[in-house]
Design a binder for this molecule. Sequence first.
Ligand SMILES: Cc1cc2nc3c(=O)[nH]c(=O)nc-3n(C[C@H](O)[C@H](O)[C@H](O)COP(=O)(O)OP(=O)(O)OC[C@H]3O[C@@H](n4cnc5c(N)ncnc54)[C@H](O)[C@@H]3O)c2cc1C
Length: 435
Amino acid sequence: MENNVNNEVDFEVIIVGAGIAGCVAALKLADKGYSVLLAERGQSAGSKNLSGGVFYCRVMEDVIPDFVKKAPIERYITRNCISFLNESSFVNINYGDARLENSVTAVSVKRAKLDEWLAQQCEDAGVTFMPGIRVDELLMDGDKVVGIQAGDDKLYSHVVIAADGVNSMLCRNAGIRTRELLENLAVGIKSVIGLPKDTIEERFHLKENEGAAYAVVGDCTNGLNGGGFIYTNSDSISIGVVVKIDALAESSESASDLHDRFLSHPAIEPLLRGGELLEYGCHMVPEGGQAMLHDLTRAGLIVIGDAAGLALNTGSTVRGMDLAAGSGIAAAKVVDEVLSKKDFSQAAMDAYYTELNNIVVGKDMKTYAKMPVFLENPRMYKNYGPLLGDIMYNIYNLDTTPRQHMMSEGLKIIKKNQLSAFQLIKDMYTGVRAL
Ligand SMILES: Cc1cc2nc3c(=O)[nH]c(=O)nc-3n(C[C@H](O)[C@H](O)[C@H](O)COP(=O)(O)OP(=O)(O)OC[C@H]3O[C@@H](n4cnc5c(N)ncnc54)[C@H](O)[C@@H]3O)c2cc1C
């Protein structure tokens, strides 16, 4: 038992990790008037964080009204592109919509700027923000989490919120995730390439403040389970690859080589030409979906954001930041309840599951529960890109030979790509069901 004889607390709530999840929970609890400590190991919030960069940010309106007008965002995402990349060809589904221009759903962000701004909002709301503090372990009183230890310092609270990201030490410490399965994790390597604003708008066909988001599959991961992304910022481009760790481990590829290969691909390099490398980083991504969502509470402890495994890859969108924010809101609501009842038991903290399941976070995790298994299908990364490339080539390569009906040409192309019509239909059916 910890030596906290008077059962006094230093803060009502201690939150570990000033990413989006931690900052949102802190803001919500400070708004209710609770004393909150937000501990962050980085020298500033966001200094250790890395995202591709598209934030599906509607959820933030519940935290900071007029978020998109106030926050340091880069561009409003008005154009989305799904790109099948092959060695010598690419097929893009390029989607623009005036409706996306009128109501902002997604914005590109740089985490170093956004997280620092969010932490400042927390401080302005009365949160005690402590950067440069690496929390080493949880303090326990029997089965109940009663605080944190950082170096020799011990701090006590009624509730601890673990918002310490995908590699959560606090979860391991609480026996929640001793070691995450490799199949549930991916690794992301990202560069930020600086380019003049006008050049970005010209190359990506954007008006001022508008942004584009590309989800790329195929040659960018050399056929491994994963994908690439390209997001436009105000005067830079965030670009990189995310690859499943188990697929990478079984191959002879390195994630950094895949990243470099993607950036120098003939279809990609012209978008970056003349740019200057501003940032380069690597980070893990939880990709196990619903399978990772278990065991998120202890007496006195709630786990949120990436630490809880809350991220969704649907092939066309990567979502983690909005789920982090949503889980921060859910946790704050439950902590408000347990603090007002002074009941920090396991049963009381378990209200968090109900809260998550009632909001978009839990509902979407459930809706896309089949996605991780569907995305394990190697044909997605190896065969379908070349298949589409061959179909397009057949349509546009008007040589002097007579044209054949699409049906007979299509079957030949399917066979050439080591596929069968049956497999194709089955994969389409499974994909539609997973979506
Ligand atoms: C390459 C890549 C691309 C991605 N693209 C997107 C995208 O386009 N859109 C999207 O929505 N999501 C994307 N994601 C996922 C998204 O980044 C995460 O889901 C999101 O950042 C999770 O937020 P979080 O607050 O839970 O965790 P984090 O942002 O990881 O924050 C955790 C915080 O805890 C701190 N911390 C950790 N341990 C300790 C400790 N012991 N003591 C004190 N502090 C600690 C860290 O320094 C960090 O600040 C991407 C991820 C990667 C890696």
